[in-house]
Design a protein around this ligand. Structure first.
Ligand SMILES: [Zn+2]
Length: 104
């Protein structure tokens, strides 16, 4: 799966839209989804992600390069990519226990 970081706490996780292993946050809403897309390997190198993670932990405002969020929003329209990044678009709401693991 794709390496990503949590937009809330900066923890590393696998898949942009998977629950964060540290704070359990799941990106929701268009803005958070776009941010999460931007905060994964799809749009940035792991080195960049490390820098963003540090910024998030320090509560600094994230500054993306021009056009990155637009790219992220475009990428959100790609259903296959979104599914690959861990979005549970078609899954019906099932009560799951806290031990949700990436099924890779
Ligand atoms: Zn988190």
């Amino acid at each position: 799966m794709t390496q990503a970081i949590c937009l809330h706490c900066g923890a590393e996780k696998l898949g942009a839209f998977t629950p964060c292993p540290a704070c359990q946050a799941i990106p929701s809403g268009e803005d958070q989804l776009a941010f999460s897309m931007a905060l994964c390997e799809h749009l940035h190198s792991t080195r960049d992600l490390t820098v963003f993670a540090a910024d998030i932990r320090a509560h600094r405002k994230l500054v993306f390069a021009l056009g990155v969020l637009e790219q992220a929003r475009e990428a959100l329209k790609d259903k296959q990519l979104v599914a690959m990044l861990g979005m549970v678009a078609n899954r019906t709401q099932q009560p799951k226990c806290s031990t949700v693991k990436a099924d890779a």
